[in-house]
Structure formats: C-alpha cells, structure tokens
Design a protein around this ligand. Structure first.
Ligand code: PMP
Ligand code: GLN
Length: 385
C-alpha cells in the first residue's frame, strides 16, 4: 500500500478533491452530496448530544440503531433480522468491509471475487488480509458482468464473493440472473457472499433487490450498508452489517479491535433517518434520477459518450473524443480542475494494474450535487469542447 519511497499515497478521492480545492473547481470527483440531509436526522444528532449520548456505545451498536436497522430490513425487503444478534454497527461501510474481510479470510490460499472496476478499499483490504483478488470485468460500454466470466472466476479456492449493487463506479444494478448465479456458485463452491449496498436507496428505477432476499442466500450472506448516502451524512461514518449471527460474531471479534465502537450520538440520529416515511426514500431516488439525466445530457453535449446508470451517484463517460494525442483519462482528470474548473475521477483508479489499459479513456462523474452545480459543471465542460 506504500509508494516505492515508503510514503503513503493519498487515495484517488483525496488527491482529486485536493486538486478541486486548489483550483476552485466544481467537484464531480469524490462522491459526497453538497447539501445537508433531512432536518429530522440532523436534529436527532444534536438532541442525542444534548441528552448525553456521548460515551462509548454498546459493542454491537446503540440499541435504537440496531432496532431501526432490523425494522428497515423488514420494511423494505421482508427480511427477518434479530436486532440483538444479527446486526453490527461500524464506522461507515468502510470499516464494515475491512472488518468483514479481515474476519472471514483465512489466509494466502483464499481468493476473493470482486467485480472490476471496484471500490478502492476492496483491493486494499484483500491485500491487508493477505488473500488474492480475482476480478470479474464489467466491460465498457454495457458495464455488466458476463455469466461465463463470473463462472470462470469462482472456484473451490473462493472464500468470498463481494457484490457492490448498485455499483460504484459504474452505476450498474445487477440483473436477477447475475444475482441468482452468484448464490448458486456460492453454494456450489462453499463461498460466502458479502454485499456492499450503500446505494440501496439510489436505484434510479427501483426497487433494490438485496441478494440476501434470494432463496438460500441469507444463510451465507453478510449485507453491508451505511447512512452516508441515504441521509447525506457521509462525514458521520455510521455503517452496519446484517446477517447470520455466527458470521456477525466473527466480524465483531475483529471490529472491536479496530475501533471498538463509533460515533455514539450519530447512531440514534441515523436510526431516526431509517424510520423516515417511504416518501423520503422515494424522493431521494427520484431526485438522483433527475440529476443523473441532467449530468448525462451535459456530458453528451460536451463531447463525451456516456453510460446509462441504473443506480448509485455515478455516470461513466468515455473521453476518447476529448483526449489529446497520447493522453489518457488519468492525465485528463489530473489537468481538468486547472483547465476547465471541473473535477472527476479516472476509472483506472478502480482497476488492477494489469487491466488499466481496458479502462484508459473512461472517467467517473458524480451526480450527487444540486441541479445548478451540475448545470454549471456542464457549461464549463461544453465551453471547452
Ligand atoms: N462502498 C462503496 C461502494 C462506496 O461508494 C463507499 C463510499 N461512499 C463506501 C463503501 C464507504 O462508505 P462509508 O462512507 O459509509 O464508509
Ligand atoms: N465513496 C465515495 C466515492 O466513491 C468517496 C469515498 C472516499 O473518499 N474514500 O467517491
């Protein structure tokens, strides 16, 4: 994880955000909203602080959040979860992923199947756990997994299949065929499934289908989510894992020595968010749909060829028509803030070194910003086209 000279390189998100700040650029790179979440959720956090919820929470999480997560899984997906034994609160989905991978990977003979491009922490955590990453490609332009590629990747060496659905950075929502095949393969090869569902309420034409709801899946699936995207509170870092009690216990054994517990007053606040009426969640997805459409139109007008995302915050754009001779999307993104006043992330940041060439012209833009901000970014890009 270190550079050859021993320094820690910043993540691509930190690097591009720093460039955006330095050049006063519109940041469509790092995926964070530019407006606060619902007032009820913000008020619940200040109320919790005032009420003295300021010391360590219980090891598995604040009781109100454990209950609210279980209720949420029942309300939206019909899943029956025991809040006392089948939920674990974590410092964001990031810690949930790290603790899960460290807990469930046995050693160097284990393989972890991921869909590539993948969220950057997956490869880092697999490396920390000393296992081998096995990518299943999502190829441009449809950015969907091929069932034969999936079958070729999973074997008796597979310990975990990590499924990010809706998917960052591609915006792909997996098909039922792919979900069913993941479950079938996990049984056939005795692998476990780890899902990353932080964009569960950002499916543009819902509903979201958690893998744990498929037949025979819940018994071998750990489902991860987070309040960051759903309640526009990415800085609060409240995440959670649900699944079989024995697997949750294994992850707790690791989590308790990573952070022990996290952010006590934010936990009842996220519980209040999870209990908001259905309309809140429906509006969130409908707003994202409008923003994704607006961004897609803006990027097309500026000369990009764009993906048609089905979920998440993200749109992938092929910059081929805009690249100078010998330039790739990584060069393009590193100069874009200074040249045009817009920041975006090259897709190569989400793929293993040996596959970078396949994604060399592709850029990820985040559409989790206010309408006027997306319009201003589109205008800057179009002016330079
Ligand atoms: N997984 C995915 C796919 C993400 O995009 C992110 C970042 N938002 C995370 C995990 C991390 O979530 P959190 O901020 O809750 O740690
Ligand atoms: N999840 C966000 C993204 O993909 C940001 C994550 C981060 O900064 N580590 O843009």
């Amino acid at each position: 994880l270190l550079e050859p000279d021993g320094t820690a390189s910043p993540t691509i998100f930190a690097e591009i955000t720093a460039l955006a700040v330095a050049h006063d650029a519109i940041n469509l790179g790092q995926g964070f909203p530019d407006e606060d979440g619902p007032q009820e959720v913000l008020d619940a956090a200040t109320a919790a602080i005032r009420a003295g919820v300021n010391q360590y929470s219980p090891g598995r999480g604040h009781a109100e959040l454990l209950a609210a997560v279980a209720e949420h899984q029942q309300r939206w997906y019909g899943l029956e979860i025991d809040p006392a034994r089948q939920v674990l609160v974590t410092a964001g989905a990031t810690e949930a992923l790290a603790a899960t991978l460290l807990a469930l990977i046995d050693g160097p003979d284990d393989e972890v199947v991921v869909f590539e491009p993948y969220y950057d922490s997956y490869a880092a955590c697999v490396a920390l756990a000393g296992a081998t990453l096995v990518p299943v490609p999502l190829r441009w332009p449809n950015l969907e997994p091929d069932l034969d590629d999936l079958r070729a990747a999973v074997s008796d060496r597979t310990r975990l299949i990590v499924v990010n659905d809706p998917h960052n950075p591609t915006g792909t929502v997996f098909s039922d065929d792919v979900r069913r095949e993941i479950v079938r393969l996990s049984h056939h090869h005795d692998a476990l499934i780890v899902t990353d569902e932080v964009y569960e309420h950002l499916v543009l034409d819902g509903p979201h289908v958690p893998i744990a709801t498929l037949p025979d899946a819940a018994e071998r699936t750990l489902s991860i989510s987070s309040g960051g995207k759903t309640f526009r509170t990415t800085g609060w870092k409240v995440g959670w894992i649900t699944g079989p009690a024995a697997l949750i216990d294994a992850v707790l054994a690791v989590k308790q020595f990573l952070t022990y517990v996290n952010g006590a007053p934010f936990q009842p606040a996220i519980a209040a968010g999870l209990r908001l009426p259905d309309e809140y969640f429906q509006d969130l997805a409908a707003t994202q749909r409008l923003r994704a459409d607006l961004l897609g139109a803006g990027l097309t007008a500026a000369g990009f060829t764009v993906s048609n995302p089905a979920g998440s915050y993200f749109t992938v754009a092929d910059a081929s028509a805009l690249l100078a001779d010998g330039e790739d999307a990584s060069d393009f993104c590193r100069t874009l803030p200074a040249r045009i006043g817009v920041a975006a992330i090259p897709l190569t940041a989400f793929v293993s070194r040996q596959h970078r060439r396949d994604y060399a012209t592709l850029v990820r833009f985040a559409a989790c910003k206010r309408t006027e901000v997306i319009e201003a970014a589109s205008a800057r890009l179009a002016a330079s086209a």
